[in-house]
Design a protein around this ligand. Structure first.
Ligand code: GLN
Length: 243
C-alpha cells in the first residue's frame, strides 16, 4: 500500500515545527508497512493535477506568507474543493486553516483573501491567543484529548463541526469553546506544536481515512497492530499539559 502525502508550501508555511506533522505521518506509515510518498508542493510548482494526493498537509504562516501562498494556491481552488468533497484527507493548521475560509482581516484591517472553500471568516482582534491548549476531540477518538500549542491573532467564527471542545486554552476565537473544524476528511485547526507527534491517535486517524478512501481499509488493525504504548505515552503528555 502506498500513500501520496502532499506537503503544501513547506517553505512559506512552516511555523512552530509544523514539518513535524509530515515526519510523523511518514514514520507512522512506514511502521505500519505503508509506503509514504512525500511531495513538496511550493509556489514554484507547476504540477497541474493534485488529484493523486491522498493526504494534504498545510502548515501555518504569517499574514504575509498567507498572501504569498494565496496567489499560487487560488489557481487550485476548484480542484482542491473537489478533492475535499471526494473525501481527500486534509490537515490545515492556523494560517493554512484560515486560508481555506473566505478571508482573514489582519490587525491593520487589510484583507488577506482565502480560497473560500469554507464559508468561515477570520478577524484579527486585540491581543494574540498564545499558549498550550487541550481539547476534547469530536471525532470519537480515544484518547479523547488532543493537545497542542496555539499562537494566533485571528479569531475564526464558524458553524462547522469543531475538531474539539476547548478544555484549556482559546481555540477558534477564545469565546465559543470551539476549536477547529471538521468537514468530511478535512480538518482545520489552530494547534501547532507539532500536532501529530503529540497526538499519534490523530495521525493514525488521518492515515486510516486515506487508506479507507483508497483501498477500502476499515481498521488499521488490518494493516498493522496499533501501538498501544504510544497512545499511553500520549496520556503522559496530557498530564504534563494539565499541570
Ligand atoms: N494569520 C495568522 C494569525 O492569526 C497566522 C498565525 C499562524 O499561522 N500561527 O495570527
Amino acid at each position: 500500500m502506498e500513500l501520496n502525502i502532499y506537503h503544501m508550501y513547506p517553505e512559506v508555511l512552516n511555523l512552530y515545527g509544523d514539518i513535524g506533522n509530515v515526519v510523523c505521518l511518514k514514520k507512522r506509515c512506514e511502521w505500519s508497512g505503508i509506503t509514504p510518498k512525500i511531495t513538496n508542493f511550493d509556489i514554484n510548482s507547476e504540477k497541474k493535477d493534485l488529484k493523486d494526493g491522498d493526504i494534504f498537509f498545510i502548515g501555518g504562516g504569517s499574514d504575509r506568507s498567507q498572501n504569498i501562498v494565496y496567489s499560487h494556491f487560488r489557481k487550485y481552488t476548484e480542484q482542491f474543493k473537489e478533492i475535499i468533497e471526494d473525501n481527500g484527507v486534509v490537515l490545515a493548521i492556523c494560517g493554512g486553516y484560515q486560508l481555506l475560509g473566505e478571508k482573514y482581516i489582519d490587525s491593520a484591517g487589510n484583507e488577506v483573501p482565502g480560497l473560500g472553500i469554507f464559508n468561515y471568516s477570520t478577524l484579527s482582534e486585540e491581543g494574540r491567543l498564545i499558549g498550550n491548549i487541550i481539547i476534547e476531540n469530536q471525532l470519537n477518538l480515544l484518547p479523547k484529548t488532543i493537545v497542542g500549542f496555539e499562537n494566533h491573532g485571528g479569531r475564526t467564527y464558524s458553524d462547522y463541526k469543531p475538531l474539539g471542545i476547548v478544555k484549556t486554552g482559546y481555540g477558534n476565537n477564545g469565546k465559543d469553546m470551539k476549536e477547529g473544524i471538521v468537514y468530511k476528511n478535512c480538518i482545520g485547526t489552530y494547534l501547532h506544536g507539532p500536532l501529530l507527534p503529540k497526538n499519534p491517535h490523530l495521525a493514525d486517524y488521518l492515515i486510516l481515512k486515506a487508506l479507507e478512501r483508497k483501498y477500502g481499509t476499515k481498521s488499521l488493525n488490518e494493516v498493522t497492530e496499533v501501538n498501544e504504548f504510544e497512545y499511553l505515552a500520549h496520556d503522559k503528555v496530557i498530564e504534563m499539559y494539565s499541570k
